[in-house]
Ligand binder design. Sequence first.
Ligand code: SRM
Ligand code: SF4
Length: 570
Amino acid sequence: MNEIRPLSANERIKSASNFLRGTIAEGLTIPETGAIADDDQQLTKFHGIYLQDDRDLRAERGRQRMEKAFIFMARMRVPSGVLTPAQYLAADKMARERGNATLRFTTRQTIQFHGIVKSNLRPLIQGLHAEMLDTIAACGDVNRNVCAAVVPWLRTGHAAVTKLAEDIANHLLPKSRAWHEIWIGEERVAGGVEEDEPIYGRTYMPRKFKIGVALPPHNDVDAFAQDLSFVAIEKRGKIVGYDVIAGGGMGMTHGEPETYPRAGSVIGFCKPEHAVEVAEKVVTMQRDHGDRSNRKQARLKYTIDRMGLDAFIAGVNERLSVKLEKAKGFTFASTGDRLGWAQDDTGLHHITLFVENGRIGGKAGDGLREIAALNVGRFIITANQNLALADIPAKQKSKIAALLKEYGLDGKPKGLRRNAVACVALPTCGLALAESERYLPSLVTKLEAELDAVGLAEDEITIRMTGCPNGCARPYMAEIGLVGRSPGLYNLYLGGAHDGTRLSKLHAIDVDDEAIVAALKPLFGAYATDRKKNESFGDFVIRAGIVARTVAGLDFHENLAPALTFWPEI
Ligand code: SRM
Ligand code: SF4
């Protein structure tokens, strides 16, 4: 007999929320607290909004018996990361007037605003909405921001993957009008049509769901880390369809081996005209089979491992009007961005700028504002937290280049920094166990010195850091991954594939700044002398047997997907 397990608290909250309304609107009008009700804190996520507090101030406010310094984070929905200059300007204005005066480009190609006090939430969202921007479904148990490769110099390919990402995003957007009512003041039609969520149902997904669209050889969207990915298959310059990958995901919890990062599995191929339907049917499979009792087991990766991949694929095929075909196969080169200028065959120019950990403010913010005011081309946020300025006509190029120089936006970081990504972590993230965004740049400086000493300063090596094991910077996909355990201490992972097709392995536990540098220094030396031609650092540490089989006190495979208990041959 099947065990009947109680639904998680979030299922009750969703079910009772009247399609994501809860008592959010009332909570916004209560001036006595900077916070909102507990249940509403879960519901605002579906509207792209999180209640946080400034953790730098927590202890002092606690001593003074004051309420925490409550602030909100708001995350936009920007399919493919594409903004018009006017939209960028609106975001910049809202950050300065209603947030903490910085914009934060995220690893899912959107923008977060931090430090918003409750009374500023509605004005911020209305300011975005005036430029056709929204924060709907940027967080919560729904399909999140859909990522797409940022390769605007490949005009047709980029247009195709961007279009697919937008089509999927629109198709999977919740139908509830709650966001418009609460934040924009839309009137509810009395006696109107009863609301419905034809794809999600009234309890939405068991957990968050993430989709990316890749254009090989570029794997900037980290296709194997998404719940669902579409990988464009090109023949003679035309996209003939997409290989489909399902079941990727990063989050795990320290010390709970039943939680683990998982690289997605290739499940088949579909024609372009069927891709949106494939997305819908994978979503509904997860909607119906995902674990609604235990949120730590509720992602698609666990559903697939529980059901078995073949059963999962069969279930998806049963729902599709046209079954998935055999995957065609593809090759990725790297997960990084191609920084610098590029020109396409129509003569337009594109530049991808390095933005350290995605944070824009101060002088850099002034520079981008001035460039956006020229109203030229598009602003495209990458999944590596960088920014591409696309579609610049030749006659504007020198003007933009001059502005980039004037505002210090044309930096040319060395190889490791070019490939460094850190999650937000402290002081805003409530789940952070250690620093990340505020720490990685200084660590990279130290590691750069070691790389320089062995002649590897310009080598492309991926390094990603997170302040906790949730994996927001996808650290388990990097060649060097650092995952926060407690203040100043990190687990060091090594051996992820440079092209994002293989997870890394745990190499050292609870290492501090000095120990991280000490652990990596000899490996850089060995890599410089012993590597094969074109061998990446991630491949080298495996071939050379550097990655330890066991780590003191911990089983080597702790928190690695069962499907990956062996590594593919290199
Ligand atoms: Fe994330 C939760 C920031 C991409 C896995 N993530 C959070 C929260 C909202 C903390 C919270 O729940 O209270 C963080 C807000 C911090 C802050 O102060 O801003 C946060 N995640 C981020 C961002 C901003 C990191 C960044 O520096 O860019 C990224 C925003 C993406 C976006 O625009 O939508 C971000 N998060 C990711 C990714 C990467 C991705 O999606 O490609 C992952 C790993 C992939 C995955 O989902 O498996 C990720 N975030 C998580 C998890 C673990 C989920 C799990 O399955 O276990 C949590 C915690 C949770 O959901 O319970 C989380
Ligand atoms: Fe916060 Fe952890 Fe995500 Fe970093 S990885 S932003 S610390 S939840």
